[in-house]
Design a protein around this ligand. Structure first.
Ligand SMILES: C[S@@+](CC[C@H](N)C(=O)[O-])C[C@H]1O[C@@H](n2cnc3c(N)ncnc32)[C@H](O)[C@@H]1O
Length: 292
């Protein structure tokens, strides 16, 4: 049996559970697939499993993340070769000695892309809650995690991911640039950092710089600009009154879905929360472009 392809990183806000619904909602035929907030890539990998996203354009503001994807795509064997001894050394240590090993890896800065990718995967698998967080000078600063038997090296999973990524374009950059690259008849899935529903669910752990309400407005403008160009787009966000206000009254489709959060250190935060899927598939410009 061939290995089903999926994310090789844990990622805050990962959409593995929502991916089947997003695939159902996507147009049955489209030009190129774009994902400007790639993160762990759950939706891209779900598309790749159905062979519907050849030549995808994938991007994220996190440059280290994109460099890791490139290394996995271009040199998966070298990533495995660099990761295997790290996994072995870590797992061979007593629980009390693992943190020192983790912090040693965290302090390293390999220049070879495959080694930098292995470091990022190692830290993602053994760090606290699989989070990605940087300090002001761009250093990864997530503390050691508490996994008893973390799965650090998944050779088959990395090879399957490399296979899915073959032919994809990977870009580090802002979503606006990524949205501008989409043309009429293409399909774009957007999964921005969500607008927090309450002060306690405030989540800013992705990259330096916040995705604040002004960023949500800039994203809405990019969504509207794509719509006018005939680009099919689907966006997920929290079911927040401000999000409904930003996208309402423009002929966009809304669907509410209940999702439980995979990464959340606060126990009560694991209760399902309402999210919205917003699409422009009913807009005449987009329908014409998809039919044409
Ligand atoms: C909710 S996560 C995406 C999760 C992804 N769908 C998955 O399944 O793993 C949001 C992503 O947006 C990225 N991001 C934040 N601000 C951005 C910006 N201005 N432009 C592009 N990407 C950005 C973050 O680095 C993060 O990876």
């Amino acid at each position: 049996m061939t290995r089903p392809v999926g994310p090789f990183l844990k990622w805050a806000g990962g959409k593995a559970r929502l991916a089947p619904r997003i695939l159902e909602r996507a147009p049955s035929r489209f030009g190129r697939y774009h994902e400007p907030f790639l993160g762990g890539g759950a939706v891209f990998f779900a598309f790749a499993g159905t062979r519907r996203a050849p030549g995808a354009r994938l991007s994220d503001a996190n440059g280290a993340l994109i460099a890791c994807y490139r290394a996995v795509r271009d040199a998966p064997e070298a990533v495995v070769a660099a990761l295997a001894p790290m996994a072995e050394a870590y797992l061979a240590r007593e629980a009390g000695e693992r943190a020192a090993y983790y912090y040693g890896v965290r302090a390293s800065a390999p220049g070879v892309p495959a080694e930098a990718a292995a470091r990022l995967i190692f830290l993602n698998r053994t760090g606290y809650n699989g989070l990605y967080r940087e300090n002001r000078s761009g250093g990864f600063n997530v503390p050691h995690g508490r996994y008893v038997k973390p799965r650090i090296l998944d050779r088959d999973g990395l090879m399957a991911a490399a296979n899915a990524l073959r032919g994809a374009t990977l870009c580090a950059g802002d979503f606006e640039e990524a949205c501008a690259a989409a043309v009429a008849g293409d399909f774009v899935y957007l999964d921005p950092p969500y607008l927090p529903l309450s002060a306690t669910s405030r989540f800013t752990a992705y990259t330096r710089g916040e995705f604040d309400p002004a960023e949500q407005e800039r994203l809405r403008d990019a969504f509207e600009a794509m719509t006018r160009r005939g680009v099919a787009a689907l966006l997920s966000n929290s079911d927040h009154a401000r999000i409904r206000e930003l996208y309402g009254e423009r002929g966009f489709g809304f669907e509410t879905v209940m999702m439980s959060r995979a990464i959340n250190s606060v126990g009560s935060g694991r209760a399902p929360i309402a999210e919205v899927l917003i699409d422009n598939l009913g807009r005449a410009e987009v329908r014409r472009a998809l039919e044409g």
